[in-house]
Design a protein around this ligand. Structure first.
Ligand SMILES: [Zn+2]
Length: 86
């Protein structure tokens, strides 16, 4: 059985908003997820907090963007931290 027989995943959808995506996340939610993981590096150094605490703090902040909030809500409700590593 060759791999070429498998259907290509051309119609994947973002697990958060359902928009077309090449992976689990669409373009905007991937950017948001990336900024979350990047931001944690600084927060960890400055405040020595766990990733879950970090998510809670960022979620509360009025300046946090909608996309980032949606990513946080998804991670918290699904416990699916893997999407941050994609
Ligand atoms: Zn999305």
């Amino acid at each position: 059985m060759s791999k070429s027989e498998l259907p290509k995943q051309q119609n994947k959808k973002c697990i958060i908003c359902g928009f077309y995506s090449e992976g689990s996340l669409c373009f905007k939610h991937r950017i948001a997820a990336r900024s979350l993981t990047e931001g944690y590096k600084y927060w960890k150094e400055a405040f020595d907090i766990s990733f879950n605490e970090y998510l809670r703090e960022v979620r509360k902040r009025p300046e946090t963007g909608t996309w980032v909030k949606e990513v946080i809500d998804y991670i918290v409700s699904s416990n699916d931290f893997k999407i941050l590593d994609e």
